[in-house]
Design a protein around this ligand. Structure first.
Ligand code: ADP
Ligand code: MG
Length: 252
């Protein structure tokens, strides 16, 4: 029924909030190694869709399948442990820790058996983890800022820190909710370049974005969401020229 390379399949998902049909008939296939963008005007249902994929919201009907396993009904941390990482629209970091400690912390919390390994050889493990954390910080261009207090970072740097916290997990699927929201033009361009670099390593990504220009040069495929429905889907060039898409944006 679907291509062999499908890593994430959102199948017939509906989500209702009281009287609002926030997601209707959502069917999405994300291919391995590809960057799939979901764009749409404010209130289209983008964040709701991401919340359903990562298990923060249960769909009213339908299912989400990742790597052949049904995610629907699993808890967010279980889905995360299966290899799905997410950068939130509002950064979720530990403000009282240093930048480096932030990147080291989720890895400690999530790595299976990490505690036992630490007991056996605490210094070796800590050194290896620190090295991985520094690598992730170098990836996002924040290595010089590793000793800063996370609370003191600019909004753009907080989002880059959160991306490093995801990269250290080496996820199979990375979900990003408006990764450049609230960033300056310069920070937006830096982030786009960074996402291109990650793309070249073959990590599968789903990017939710309000601004079509941000995803245009990044996405292999774009799905356009408006009023809770997918109204158009395809390669960036085809989607950009689609009159239904222009209407959704102008009318939205
Ligand atoms: P987007 O991320 O595309 O801007 P959202 O997914 O945040 O859109 O919201 C889609 C619609 O669902 C909006 O009308 C929003 O007000 C509504 N909505 C989102 N979350 C809830 C909720 N928890 N309860 C009720 N309505 C919600
Ligand atoms: Mg949103």
């Amino acid at each position: 029924q679907y291509s062999n390379n499908t890593v994430l399949h959102v199948a017939d998902v509906h989500k209702r909030f009281a009287g609002l049909h926030a997601l209707a008939d959502i069917d999405l296939e994300v291919e391995e190694g590809k960057t799939h963008a979901i764009i749409g005007p404010n209130g289209a249902g983008k964040s709701t869709l991401l919340n359903v994929i990562v298990g923060r919201l249960a769909p009213s009907s339908g299912a989400v399948v990742f790597d052949g396993q049904v995610l629907t009904g699993k808890k967010p941390h279980e889905i995360n442990q299966m290899g799905v990482a997410r950068v939130f629209q509002t950064p979720e970091i530990f403000p009282d820790l240093s930048v480096l400690q932030n990147v080291m912390t989720p890895a400690f919390a999530k790595r299976d058996g990490a505690f036992r390994i630490r007991m056996l050889n605490p210094l070796a493990n800590e050194a290896a983890l620190r090295e991985e954390a520094e690598e992730a910080l170098a990836d996002v261009g924040m290595i010089e800022r590793r000793h800063l207090h996370a609370a003191s970072l600019s909004r753009g740097d907080k989002r880059r820190l959160e991306l490093a916290m995801c990269l250290i997990q080496k996820p199979r699927l990375l979900l990003l909710d408006e990764p450049t929201a609230g960033m300056s033009r310069h920070d937006t361009n830096t982030t786009i370049e960074l996402l291109k670099k990650i793309k070249s390593r073959g990590m599968t990504k789903v990017i939710i974005e309000h601004d079509m220009h941000v995803v245009f040069s990044l996405a292999d495929k774009i799905s356009v969401l408006a009023g809770g429905r997918i109204i158009a889907e395809g390669a960036p060039d085809a989607v950009r020229g689609d009159p239904r898409v222009q209407e959704a944006y102008l009318g939205g």
